[in-house]
Design a protein around this ligand. Structure first.
Ligand SMILES: [Zn+2]
Length: 429
């Protein structure tokens, strides 16, 4: 199930995308109060934007703008909106994503062709190890994609290795959809409970949220560790709510394939000019076929490299390498993207909290870990529980929290030469 356009020549793909781009610009000009404003303010005549290169005439859209003018991006009346999704924003408050019925259909198509790219077919059963609720998009997208593709799907949700194994034994899934570091938890549980991994029936895993590859497509530390205990095929997938599109690896495992009918890809340098071909740059996307909240030249903040040579699978679309890094301070934690200001907001909510420092570091697998050090008045289990509950409610994940002596914490917060207190210590790299 390879869409015809993905097998077309690079020139034909480009021409196809340029037609879609023109449609999008007219749609935005008619329905998006945010982009109407941009076109007017900058004196942009959309009819002069004919090619992908012409996109450079249009300013990029940042995450801050998306947050600040959130409602202005919505192109449909409220009664057309079916699903509401939120993502954590750069400025603390969540960003809303609205989806119409057509958007859900587009999302289903996207996941169906992405699963198919990883070899999933109608005879396969997938076990979904990520949440479908809490206003996340991903879990729902996977379910819709499986349904459209005609493969089975077991919605176990995140965590609970015992329940996952119970489900694997009972329903014999051939694919798992999970955060790859969770596979290590499954392996550990299996080893402790005499479960024979080689007899699991699982053939592959669609790995979300964390990279499993180095830039040369060799397995990274995390993936090698998984494969050394459990030799299943690992397929990386890269997606985000804003893109509403996935870049999935095919069986040749050399980057996530671009679906030209769903999204336009640009890789930009630090000055928002096209990066030199083959260089790492920031991924900037333009969504195609989105009805409620289409995005034009949206800066994802993710640093990636594009690969343009044809793939052995028959697709001629470009492929994205693993996300090399995040612009600035983006933290990928348990499959969720987090920003320090969102954590500051949550902690500042508590009057009992005197001071805090957030430490970001890489664990031995090279994925991000967060340690929140807190100095508080009247330290108690009750306070800790309250803080944890609030963090879970606001951020939907729970980093490690440690109470500290105020004097020790201040030593961290006020290093020599620093005039302002430091709230974030980024030890990654
Ligand atoms: Zn391929």
């Amino acid at each position: 199930m390879i869409p015809e356009i993905e097998k077309a020549s690079i020139e034909a793909i480009k021409a196809f995308q340029e037609e879609k781009l023109k449609e999008l610009l007219h749609y935005l000009n008619k329905n998006s109060s945010y982009y109407q404003g941009v076109f007017q303010e900058r004196g942009i005549d959309i009819n002069t934007v004919q090619t992908i290169e012409d996109l450079a005439q249009i300013p990029v859209t940042t995450k801050d703008q998306l947050q600040q003018y959130n409602d202005d991006f919505i192109c449909v009346p409220k009664n057309k909106i079916i699903d509401y999704v939120t993502t954590s924003g750069t400025l603390g408050e969540p960003v809303t994503f609205a989806l119409t019925d057509n958007d859900l259909e587009r999302l289903a198509y996207n996941e169906a062709i992405s699963f198919a790219c990883a070899g999933v077919g109608q005879n396969d059963v997938m076990q979904l190890m990520t949440t479908m609720d809490r206003r996340f998009m991903a879990g729902l997208a996977y379910f819709l994609g499986a349904r459209k593709l005609g493969s089975g799907i077991i919605r176990v949700g995140s965590g609970i290795p015992e329940l996952q194994w119970d489900s694997i034994k009972k329903f014999k899934p051939t694919y798992l959809i999970c955060v790859p570091s969770f596979l290590l938890k499954l392996i550990e549980f299996a080893q402790q409970h005499n479960i024979d991994l080689s007899q699991s029936g699982v053939e592959g895993a669609i790995c979300i949220g964390e990279p499993i590859k180095n830039q040369d497509f060799s397995l990274n530390i995390l993936a090698s560790k998984i494969k050394s205990s459990w030799d299943i095929e690992l397929y990386s997938t890269y997606a985000s709510t804003e893109m509403s599109t996935a870049f999935n690896e095919c069986e040749h495992h050399n980057g996530g394939h671009h679906h030209p009918e769903l999204i336009i890809v640009e890789i930009l340098d630090d000055n928002d000019n096209a990066a030199i071909q083959g260089e790492i740059g920031e991924l900037v996307i333009t969504t195609l076929g989105v009805e409620a909240m289409p995005l034009l030249r949206f800066k994802t903040g993710d640093m990636v490299k594009a690969h343009n040579e044809a793939c052995k699978c028959g697709r001629n679309t470009l492929r994205l390498g693993p996300v090399e890094g995040r612009k600035k301070q983006m933290i990928k934690y348990k499959g969720t993207t987090l920003y320090p200001p969102a954590m500051y907001n949550v902690l500042n909510h508590f009057s009992e909290v005197d001071a805090f420092v957030i430490e970001i570091y890489h664990n031995e697998l090279g994925t991000d870990e967060i340690l929140i050090k807190i100095a508080a008045k009247n330290v108690s289990e009750t306070l800790l529980t309250e803080i944890k509950d609030h963090i879970r409610a606001k951020l939907r994940v729970l980093p490690r929290i440690e109470f500290c002596d105020k004097k020790d914490l201040n030593a961290l917060r006020f290093p020599a030469m620093s005039r302002k207190p430091i709230e974030l210590i980024d030890r990654r790299e």
